[in-house]
Design a protein around this ligand. Structure first.
Ligand code: PA5
Length: 445
């Protein structure tokens, strides 16, 4: 197994007997998941996706990605939540977090529709003025307000730039196979469409066309991503928590939660991992955070944050634990140069690898945090490449489903997200929400 879980930084916090006691609950969650007998069992399409994905759809992804690479300077990805976070994570991790600023042969990728900010939308339009653009609008429901508003604006922007006929050839819609207003619009206008399978929810959809089309446009090898995910699907099936790092991680989270830790911090030492942290946060927050349960997920990039929140992690309220992801091999490395005279007193680092120094700092922090009373689990990954990213996506998806079943919640719904939508539709005057508007007006008086 290429991805390993190291639990030594929990040894002062979790006894062997406590790990052993989790086995029966993990086995039960494993059976529930694999026998499709749990809550939301109609949403398990992601479980076998890396091996059962639609080959024709993937061929179309490759063909269209190549077309966009040839005829576009920029691809605008319109989507929110699970309809963009994994895509952005993959591009930043596999390429660079400076992707749009680098000298490259692939199109820029801009993300809109992930907020209601007029500022961001307007800035993106400015950046795209006079450029050859394509749009990939991604929404499973087709009704999400943020992405629908942004799409309406970007679509008009494109039509104003190139005319209706050409715009039709530059708009790609990723949505449900048959349902929704976006599907209806795509059919009416003749836009090329990609499918989000009905049994795959937004936050579990990165390995479908949702992620694969824009990621392929950015020049990443999507077949290797899927291969890594397929390896994970194959390797992470053993219910034994000592043999399966994914299940051991899920078990560790539960033990620590039961000991009063309510916040999990996902740690990495590379700024280009930041967006992966955002994808991971949504996955766990929306899947577990219901019925008054769940760990609050946050993410943190070391060593920057050791100089901001490190103090709290070391000595603050004992509410959190860390899960660190460490890459063994560097994507790029530098070696410290020597300085004659050693004026900065750094010659003890002469010739040393930055990557190794960075990893040493991570381990040092985990050890210090354990001394201070904060436990952590360490996931080591061979490299930040396509195969390992695919593996990691699947690893966390499965860990999240198992954790949610252990908590007794449905990992695949998000009823709480509807609350704010209900109010915003009423306050903005959407037909059908008049009663709620009257209630809100009474409260606002
Ligand atoms: O995980 C989920 O289902 C959500 O986060 C959705 O991805 C998000 O709300 C966007 O929904 P849609 O793709 O329907 O626009």
């Amino acid at each position: 197994m290429s991805i390993l879980l190291d639990t030594r930084y929990t040894s002062d916090f979790i006894k062997k007997s406590e790990w052993d006691a989790m086995q029966s609950r993990v086995t039960e969650a494993h059976n529930t998941l694999h026998n499709h007998t749990g809550l939301g069992s109609d949403m398990l399409g992601w479980l076998d996706l890396p091996t059962t994905y639609d080959r024709d759809e993937l061929d179309k992804v490759c063909t269209v990605a190549q077309k966009i690479q040839e005829d576009s300077d920029a691809l605008i990805v319109v989507g929110i939540g699970g309809s963009y976070l994994g895509t952005r994570a993959a591009i930043e991790l596999l390429k660079t977090n400076f992707y749009n600023s680098t000298n490259k042969t692939t199109p820029d990728i801009h993300f809109v529709g992930n907020s209601m900010s007029a500022f961001d939308l307007e800035q993106t339009m400015r950046l795209c003025q006079g450029k050859r653009i394509s749009i990939n609008v991604i929404s499973k429901s087709g009704t999400t307000l943020e992405s629908a508003m942004a799409f309406r604006m970007m679509r008009q922007f494109l039509i104003d730039e190139v005319g209706e006929e050409e715009a039709r050839k530059r708009i790609y819609v990723t949505t449900d196979r048959t349902q929704g207003v976006l599907k209806a619009l795509a059919d009416k206008e003749g836009y090329e469409t990609f499918i989000i399978p009905a049994n795959v929810g937004g936050r579990y959809s990165v390995l479908t066309a949702v992620g694969m089309l824009p990621v392929a446009v950015a020049g990443c090898d999507i077949f290797s991503i899927l291969k890594g995910a397929a390896n994970a699907a194959f390797e992470l099936q053993d219910p034994d928590i000592y043999a399966n790092p994914c299940y051991r991680y899920a078990a560790g989270r539960h033990i620590l939660m039961n000991k009063g830790r309510s916040v999990e911090v996902l740690v990495n030492s590379e700024p280009r991992f930041t967006q992966f942290g955002e994808w991971w946060r949504q996955l766990f927050a929306e899947s577990e955070g219901k019925n008054g349960k769940g760990l609050f997920p946050i993410s943190s990039i070391f060593t920057s944050e050791l100089h901001s929140v490190g103090q709290f992690i070391q000595q603050g309220s004992p509410i959190l634990f860390e899960t660190a992801v460490m890459y063994k091999a560097p994507a790029n490395d530098l070696r410290m140069t020597s300085l004659e005279g050693n004026f900065d007193k750094l010659n003890y680092l002469d010739g040393k690898s930055f990557h190794n120094i960075n990893n040493t700092a991570l381990i040092s922090a985990l050890m210090a945090h354990a001394d201070g009373g904060t436990p952590s689990m360490l996931i080591t990954v061979p490299a930040a490449d396509e195969e390992n990213l695919g593996y990691l996506f699947y690893f966390f998806e499965k860990a999240c489903a198992i954790s949610s079943y252990m908590l007794g919640v449905n990992p695949f719904d998000q009823p709480g997200v509807e609350g704010y939508k209900y109010n915003v539709f009423a306050l903005l005057g959407r037909p059908g929400f008049e009663a709620r508007l009257r209630e809100l007006k009474r409260i606002l008086k």
